[in-house]
Design a binder for this molecule. Structure first.
Ligand SMILES: [Fe+2]
Length: 456
């Protein structure tokens, strides 16, 4: 993303960008693809308009507090009980669920991988999923799985729902279309989508003939916008920039469809004779949504020092402990660096939280070499990390003037759980076995007779 394209995007196309979506995070939306399909003033009339069935989809317990309660009412051709048939277990061996403890026997170290090439036969969003790490336990609705995906084939007659968690999708190559039962979401690199637990979706290639990216499957409480504290009522990710789709349906009776359900870490499939994407109208606040990361309004140090990366949190999935996320989604977007007399890149660090990073485009300032778009790094719980030697000496010795960090869009999934690598991730030939060497060039400059260090 260059500055010019960002500016054009912001100035010219807001209305067009929102077309087909409704703005707002967690709003109570209502939408109908056919006029009059939505009951007025009640959820469950004796007979719904057009003979549709009313069905409630609950993303939280009925009794969850109002501010976190999530549910939607769907008005559809058939209730979901008719969208499942005789289920049989299927195998998607590379899509793993927590816990994956003990799968990796790699020595303890900070880790980094080059991007894995997209295989020509990667297949669909389901078969192309590769789990990298997990934490927590899918059976207790805590924790997460981090995946990469490679897609070369659309799900034309296959529909999926994930009972285990919501999925935050971060594309890096290629555009995707999520035809969900609540409407259509299109995303390209630079945007993200969140597909809530239980929502039916088929994933289609949208443009190019291949796609690649990252996914966080969140087993815990829903992603939400972080508190802003003293920052106030604006900046970071603003609620108006989250977009939920307007209702859209397909009527494909008599056409064979395969339904796949992920439940408790297992995969189950059945055949039905119609499309389950048959919701004509819906209302509620439990919805899929998308967000353009270019709309993030960063806040940062305007005099000195490097602020904690939490200032770049887009979404947070809380745990029961305040400030201790099940998982956070954090980005490092283009921004100005203006701090005086400061080491501007991230500092050296050890963390009780675990940090998985990916790069969507450009260069990440703390790792100018070796961390490329589509790659990933894992700085696990209480393992040291920080700028490589090149970044350290560059930032320590340069003359500090206001600097625009452009051509960069990195992100982090940060979690309270230690991340347990999968066998797949541990065996990837793209693993950079010499990654820790990037810090070997850091010299010991200490000289008790020389309090001012000038870079020698
Ligand atoms: Fe860190």
């Amino acid at each position: 993303m260059n500055e010019q394209s960002t500016r054009i995007f912001r100035a010219a196309s807001r209305a067009k960008y929102n077309e087909g979506y409704m703005p707002g995070f967690g709003n109570d939306f209502e939408t109908e693809a056919l006029e009059g399909a939505l009951p007025i003033g009640q959820n469950s009339p004796q007979r719904c308009p057009y003979g549709l069935y009313a069905e409630q989809l609950s993303g939280t317990p009925f009794t969850a507090p109002r501010e976190t309660n999530k549910r939607s009412w769907l008005y559809r051709m058939r209730p979901t009980v008719q969208h499942i048939g005789d289920m049989a277990r299927i195998d998607l061996p590379h899509w793993r669920s927590a816990p994956t403890v003990g799968e990796s026997d790699l020595p303890l170290a900070p880790m980094r991988w080059d991007p894995a090439p997209i295989p020509a036969d990667a297949g669909t969003f389901l078969t192309g999923m590769r789990t990298i790490s997990t934490g927590g336990d899918v059976h207790t609705q805590t924790g997460f799985a981090i995946h990469t995906y490679a897609v070369t084939e659309s799900m034309e007659s296959e529909v999926f729902w994930n009972a285990d968690g919501e999925m935050l999708v971060v594309p890096e190559v290629g555009a995707l279309r999520f035809f969900t039962e609540m409407g259509v979401i299109d995303i390209a690199p630079g945007e993200i989508a969140v597909l809530p637990r239980g929502i039916k979706v088929k994933v289609l290639l949208a443009g190019e003939d291949q796609a690649r990216g990252y996914i966080c499957e969140n087993y815990g409480d829903h992603f939400t916008c972080p508190e802003r504290g003293p920052i106030g009522a604006n900046c970071l990710a603003n609620r108006r920039d989250f977009l939920s789709p307007v209702a859209a349906y397909e009527q494909r009776d008599g056409e064979a469809h395969r339904v796949v359900v992920k439940w408790g870490g297992t995969f189950n499939a059945c055949e039905i004779d119609h499309s389950p994407l048959d919701v004509v109208a819906w209302h509620g606040n439990y919805t899929p949504y998308k967000y353009n990361l270019r709309h993030f309004s960063p806040v940062g140090p305007i005099l000195n020092d490097h602020a904690d990366p939490s200032i770049f949190t887009v979404l947070t999935a809380p745990s029961g402990t305040p400030g201790t996320a099940n998982i956070d989604f954090v980005i490092f977007p283009p921004r100005w660096l203006v701090a005086e007399d400061s080491f501007r890149p991230p500092w050296y660090h050890m963390n009780v939280m675990s940090e998985f990073m990916g790069l969507i485009e450009g260069v990440y300032d703390a790792k100018p070499q070796g961390f490329v778009p589509g790659g990933m790094s894992l700085h696990n719980m209480m393992l040291p990390h920080g700028p490589d030697a090149e970044a350290f000496y560059g930032a320590s010795l340069k003359e500090l003037t206001p600097q625009k960090l452009d051509n960069t869009l990195a992100f982090m999934f940060e979690t309270r759980f230690p991340q347990q690598l999968t066998r797949y991730a541990a065996g990837l030939p793209t693993l950079q076995v010499k990654y820790p060497d990037c810090w070997q060039g850091l010299r010991n400059h200490f000289d008790p007779a020389r309090p001012v260090w000038n870079g020698e």
